[in-house]
Design a protein around this ligand. Structure first.
Ligand code: AAL
Length: 410
């Protein structure tokens, strides 16, 4: 045996990755492979997936100058032989101008002065915009300034749209709003607003005191679980976590879980029953960004997979989303939103399609095996180093090199 080999009774780690933990000492990282994840190989782990993206047709963004925007799609449901989706639509006289320059007609942010629209599709790639679902009520009713970021619940034959309801331009003090709900007997409406905050903000000093964002209802054990996101703590140290509020009836009362927040990272809520438990995306913002997490109870989540390029504001089509019995089967596609952050003056968002393989069954498609994402170089270089940091680092590098040189010569 060469002296580069460990000379122990166990020998080196085997070439064929054992499916279960081998009976031998392991490094922490290899230990984790067996203890943290459902299987050691990503292709066998039903909660590992990569994501593929496709542009969709049917939506008109005008001159793409920031006046028309569509973002934050809901989950997709299948009704009347079609797929339905709801989303934030803004159609304003100008692109967003920020909280200081906004008016009754000029938006502060991309989701200010917005309404909730819906579209249907027969194949998930071509969509037809059907019209307004829930508009802004008259001032001073809740949501008069903007209604946005909707999600859908189907419960006992009725349809419930939950959404953010703003009473001031987003960005004025922060992105402050509670969640409201509208009800309909058909996915085509008409929708009746319930008028009140269905999930109110937390009391002063509580983590969700200012914002309840991205309401996302699913059904677990015959109860309605609405997951939501709030950013808390002062910048730059704030966290974006997800909490959950639970009710027996779609109109509440919703009781926030005492363990909230239940996810320590994740800007947009995407949660689904999976197997015997509940899985969640931790998409962006936070130490556990780019992970897919699993909990046996919808409350206590662990990282189940680390991935990349996750869909932002994902609205998946989950065939069994509102079933309460049996194992959750997962999903393979949905819509998400895309936003060109480089263009603040013409900022708008648009909807696109993501595909993945989060089915709770084997064998799975190649999408599930793909752990190597090939980024186009533009993706990296678009995350450019701020000019002042570039100058400072160049200066430090010159001084460091000079100091090294001087020392070497001594
Ligand atoms: C989204 C969501 C919420 C925020 C804004 C619109 O991605 O987090 O909906 O308020 O951005």
């Amino acid at each position: 045996m060469s002296d580069t080999h460990q000379d122990t009774e166990y020998g080196a780690f085997p070439w064929d990755i054992p499916a279960t933990r081998p009976d031998r000492p392991l490094s922490k990282a290899m230990e984790r492979l067996y203890s943290n994840y459902i299987t050691p190989r990503p292709e066998d782990n039903p909660l590992f997936t990569s994501f593929k993206y496709t542009r969709i047709s049917g939506f008109d963004y005008g001159a793409e100058d920031g006046r028309v925007s569509r973002r934050d799609p809901s989950k997709i449901i299948c009704e009347n032989g079609k797929y339905y989706i709801w989303y934030t639509k803004r159609d304003t006289v100008s692109a967003p101008r920020g909280a200081q320059a906004c008016t009754e007609t000029i938006p502060s942010t991309d989701w200010d002065l917005s309404d909730i629209w819906y579209a249907t599709s027969e194949d998930g790639f071509h969509w037809q915009e059907k019209g307004l679902a829930v508009g802004r009520p008259d001032k001073p009713k809740l949501g008069w300034r903007s209604v946005c970021t909707p999600d859908i619940l189907v419960w006992k034959g009725r349809y419930y749209l939950y959404y953010q309801a703003f009473e001031e331009p987003s960005g004025l003090k922060g992105d402050h709003c509670p969640v409201s709900v509208s009800v309909a007997d058909s996915p085509d409406g008409p929708w009746t607003p319930c008028g009140d905050a269905i999930i109110p903000n937390g009391a002063p000093g509580e983590w969700d005191q200012f914002s309840i964002h991205g309401p996302y209802p699913i059904v677990i054990d015959n109860k309605i679980y609405i997951y939501y996101k709030a950013a808390f703590g002062d910048r730059p140290d704030y966290l974006v976590g997800n909490g959950v509020a639970i009710a027996d009836d779609p109109l509440g009362p919703f009781v926030k879980h005492p363990f909230n927040p239940v996810l320590n990272s994740c800007h947009e809520t995407t949660v689904f029953r999976f197997g015997k438990g509940v899985a969640a995306f931790a998409i962006r913002n936070g130490i556990e960004s780019n992970t897919i997490q699993y909990s046996p109870d919808g409350i206590n989540f662990d990282i189940a997979a680390v991935t990349a390029l996750m869909p932002v504001g994902a609205g998946p089509y989950i065939p069994d989303v509102f079933h309460s019995e049996g194992e959750g089967q997962g999903f393979t596609w949905g819509l998400s939103h895309f936003c060109d952050h480089d263009k603040p003056d013409t900022k708008f968002s648009f909807l696109g399609r993501f595909d993945c393989d989060l089915r709770n069954q084997m064998p799975r498609s190649n999408i599930a095996n793909n752990t190597e994402i090939k980024w186009h170089p533009d993706v990296c270089f678009s995350q450019s180093l701020p000019e002042e940091i570039k100058k400072a680092r160049a200066q430090q590098a010159r001084q460091h090199a000079l100091a090294n040189h001087t020392r070497d010569k001594q």
